[in-house]
Design a binder for this molecule. Sequence first.
Ligand SMILES: [Zn+2]
Ligand SMILES: [Zn+2]
Length: 182
Amino acid sequence: MFFTHDTEVTLTATAALVNTAGGDGELLPDLAALEAFYATYQWTGRPPRTDADLHAVRDLRPRLRRLWEADEDEVVTIVNALLREENALPRLVRHDDWPYHLHATPDDAPLASRMAVEAAMALVDVVRAGELGRLRICAFPDCGNVLVDLSKNRSRRFCEAGCGNRAAVSAYRARKAARRRT
Ligand SMILES: [Zn+2]
Ligand SMILES: [Zn+2]
């Protein structure tokens, strides 16, 4: 584990959220899709209830994507703005099976606010650790998905949408084609 557990979980969930607006088309087409996403990534607090929740979450994604693309100074500007706009107020909480960790929005805050603040809080850890380099864009041609490299040897290059397999298959085909030519 490189960061604290809650930070790693949030980074993974935030990458997944950004990738719902990825090259595979809109993966949050309706409220039901957002409810499923909320359950899959075990967000807590107020579940999404309305189309307004859906639109707020969708609108947040391009801003979160910048956290993967921007340089450190711009990332810091975004993080500070998100914390300020949402009036983030960190406190230690313990719930379900989780040990003490940070929440910084009220429990009844809209889902998009919670997502924004949790992402910002996780990025606070990443920036302080000097580890922004672990937030990467998938190396598979034309994929464009974001990923978080939590591996010990910083070796992760592909997103979770199967690009690692796709890259292995194309490398295999390239080797086979090379053998045929020789
Ligand atoms: Zn929690
Ligand atoms: Zn990919």
